[in-house]
Design a protein around this ligand. Structure first.
Ligand SMILES: [Zn+2]
Ligand SMILES: [Zn+2]
Length: 397
């Protein structure tokens, strides 16, 4: 692996920043300590800093030479409402809040790149270092865009990177086109008429109707969408009733839908409405469907994904890069940036979990798990990749 020596030299400094952020996790739009730490570090390295984009977002700007090209590198900073099971020294000091998705590490890798780029300025053009709030459900990327991110900081292309448990350390993945799914959620309220449990004929049982609807919805996936179009529908909540001898008035189903294409989401939503409303009607009940699209699919620009894969292959060897990796049905709000700028999202292998220090909790090293920890081995690897990407991208004519 071709790592940059200088970055390897100051890895310990960035690692201690990463662990400090891990110990002080903050939820979406509450990243005050984190973003102010990021801003102060960038300033201490001589980088021009802009605060307050999308609330707690920070942009660092580095310019060098007369080059007109520009690039955006994005890291997310927020943590999750998870009670950390780890007991090692840098475990969360905020009960019920945890960096269980590794955004502490994403922030650290970009800081590592920033420090090196500011020190040596090995590029000609403009680098925008984008530290965003609220990736976990809060659409912080869109908030920064709404605050003029790309008008104020021109980016010919924008890149994001997520640690990926299961890929070995030193392995990377990206792909042309859809990489992560859209995130959509629904709630279906079935209203019947309550009755004594022993006299169902005197009412309209919303529980029975909700179960018919739940069964019917899976038919959208298996019978209505084209088999080669990816989509998943999960009913994850069912709420009804308080007493076992009372038929309630209402039953509520909730869940999520993931797809790679808006047209497939349209199909799922419209079929869901018909199945819910007409099934309810058939039984003398009514159904009200709320369907919310919270994140669009993350769709890489094919040329930028290939460009990033080429830079990676030089760095870690082609055998360690999946240029057409398997997409995931998880979702990611970097999708908003890719809707308005060409670019690519990249997975960086976080290993199998054996990096976790003694005292880590039971369980796998999967994202959003209470025993997760970002792998500090990735700091020089990810930072080197960001630097090489900047150098190559801005050198294009
Ligand atoms: Zn996450
Ligand atoms: Zn994440």
């Amino acid at each position: 692996m071709n790592l940059i020596d200088r970055i390897v030299q100051f890895r310990a400094e960035i690692q201690s920043i990463r662990r400090d952020i891990h110990a002080h996790p903050e939820l979406a739009y509450g990243e005050h300590r984190t973003s102010s730490k990021v801003a102060k570090l960038l300033e201490s390295w001589g980088i021009e800093v802009h605060r307050g984009l999308g609330g707690t977002g920070v942009v660092g700007v580095l310019r060098n030479g007369g080059g007109r090209r520009s690039i955006g590198l994005r890291a997310d900073m927020d943590a999750l409402p998870v009670l950390e099971a780890n007991r090692f020294a840098h475990a969360s000091k905020h009960d019920g809040v945890m960096h269980a998705c590794g955004h502490d590490g994403h922030t650290a890798m970009l800081l590592g790149a920033a420090k090196y780029l500011a020190e040596l300025k090995p590029f000609d053009g403009t680098v925008n270092l984008i530290f965003q709030p609220a990736e976990e459900g809060g659409a912080g990327a869109q908030k920064m865009i709404d605050d003029g991110l790309f008008e104020r900081f021109a980016c010919d292309a924008v890149f994001g990177m997520h640690n990926w448990p299961g890929y070995a350390v030193g392995q990377f993945g990206t792909r042309p086109g859809p990489m992560m799914a859209s995130g959509n959620r629904f709630e279906i309220t079935v209203t019947g008429r309550g009755a004594h449990a022993a006299m169902p004929h005197q009412g309209v049982d919303p529980v029975y109707v909700a179960i018919q609807i739940a069964q019917g919805l899976q038919g959208i996936i298996s019978r209505n969408k084209k088999p080669i179009d990816a989509a998943v529908l999960s009913i994850t909540t069912i709420h009804a009733g308080d007493a076992i001898n009372v038929i309630p008035d209402t039953a509520v189903l909730g869940g999520g839908v993931r797809t790679f294409e808006a047209a497939v989401t349209d199909l799922v939503e419209s079929r869901m409405r018909r199945i819910a409303e007409l099934t309810a009607e058939a039984h003398g009940a009514t159904a009200k469907v709320k369907f919310e699209r919270y994140y669009p699919a993350t769709v890489n620009d094919p040329a930028q994904a290939a460009f990033a894969a080429g830079v990676l292959a030089e760095m870690v060897g082609p055998e360690n890069v999946y240029p057409d990796c398997e997409p995931t049905m998880g979702s990611e709000d970097f999708s908003y940036m890719l809707r308005v700028r060409p670019g690519a999202y990249i997975f960086i292998g976080n290993g199998d979990g054996s990096h976790r220090l003694t005292g880590h909790g039971q369980g796998p090293c999967m994202l959003h798990n209470a025993s997760f920890d970002f792998n500090d081995e990735l700091i020089p690897i990810g930072a080197t990749f960001w630097v090489r990407l900047v150098e190559r991208f801005l050198a294009q004519r």
